[in-house]
Design a protein around this ligand. Sequence first.
Ligand code: HEC
Length: 148
Amino acid sequence: MQRDDWLKPKGRASFYALAAALLLALGTAAAQDKPDPVPALTGDIGRGQAIVVSRQVGLCLLCHAAPAGDSRFQGNLAPDLAGTGSRWSVPQLRQRVANARSLNPDSIMPAYASTEGLNRVGSAWAGLPLLNSQQIEDVVAYLQTLQN
Ligand code: HEC
């Protein structure tokens, strides 16, 4: 091997790969020292229930029935939410609320955390999901209490 072999394309590539791996390892080590900048969100059951029964925010009862709110005006297009907390784990509930289309592309349930695949969104709402991350966690916390 000649002295400048490491400068040739192949040698250079492995040099960069090594350098990248080193930086990555250093970065990971540094990241472990720092506290988490965004604390994990904790859902609030009361706020979650308010979102689910709300005719302005969640609109869940348009399609679902739930053991909450006015039972005369509840939907029957979707499974009853009673017992949903026994049927699904927290991550499964979160996935269903955040984006039901990720499980069933033909789902009529709005993807509450997604801004993709929407048409004719008013400019004031463009890029905004129906529910923000805190609201999703609140709804999930409430759904978790619906045990049977
Ligand atoms: C336009 C109708 C519609 C609306 C509004 C709607 N959903 Fe759904 N949802 C469905 C349908 C239909 C399903 C059945 C699965 C599927 O087709 O995706 C479902 C499934 C679910 C499930 C799984 C149910 C189970 O136990 O199998 C949960 C949990 C859920 N929805 C929660 C919600 C919450 C919370 C809201 C409001 C924030 C909401 N949904 C709003 C139609 C709707």
